[in-house]
Design a protein around this ligand. Structure first.
Ligand code: DAT
Ligand code: MG
Length: 154
């Protein structure tokens, strides 16, 4: 079912921060009409990385993924809007550079499966888990975006 107020967790990864893509990525989110409910720069700790990626523990790429996420600052965000979880996954593009389509963040700017610029929750349960790794409840803001009456018909 369509949810206008659905939230998702996004993490702009170290490669995107280092390459100067913070603004580009946030612009795509804003231009789509999504609302930023929380946003901060974060130096991810190994403990946070392990919690975020606990579903991948045991996979061959797990250790390098955790060390990559901790290698340089990231930008953590909670994004809100119509079907935000699936929509942000589409804006991000596929995990692998062999599959990510031009027009998506990964499809336009990434050539490597690990250096793929951005993380996004893949379902509501993942959002609930990931969000708690990075944000306290009172850091996620509820506010009215005036422009929304021009973004949503009703
Ligand atoms: P996504 O980030 O698209 O949700 P995922 O959850 O399957 O992808 O994997 C999490 C991250 O792990 C992914 O963004 C990059 C890394 N990763 C996935 N598959 C990999 C692989 N085969 N080799 C190296 N890193 C990989
Ligand atoms: Mg994933």
């Amino acid at each position: 079912m369509t949810q206008i107020n659905e939230r998702t967790f996004l993490l702009i990864k170290p490669d995107a921060v280092q390459r100067g893509f913070i603004g580009k990525i946030i612009t795509r989110i804003e231009e789509k009409g999504l609302k930023i409910a929380a946003l901060k720069m974060v130096q991810v700790s190994p403990e946070q990385a392990a919690r975020q990626y606990e579903c991948h523990k045991g996979r061959p790429f797990y250790d390098s993924l955790v060390s990559f996420i901790c290698s340089s600052p990231c930008v953590a965000m909670v994004i809100e809007g119509r079907n935000a979880i699936a929509l942000c996954r589409r804006l991000m593009g596929a995990t692998s550079p062999d599959d990510s389509q031009p027009g998506t963040i990964r499809g336009d700017f990434s050539l490597d499966v690990k250096h793929n610029l951005i993380h996004g929750s893949d379902c509501a349960e993942s959002f609930a888990h990931e969000c708690q790794v990075y944000f306290a409840d009172d850091e996620i803001l509820n506010y009215h975006l005036d422009l929304e009456r021009w973004i949503y018909y009703s």
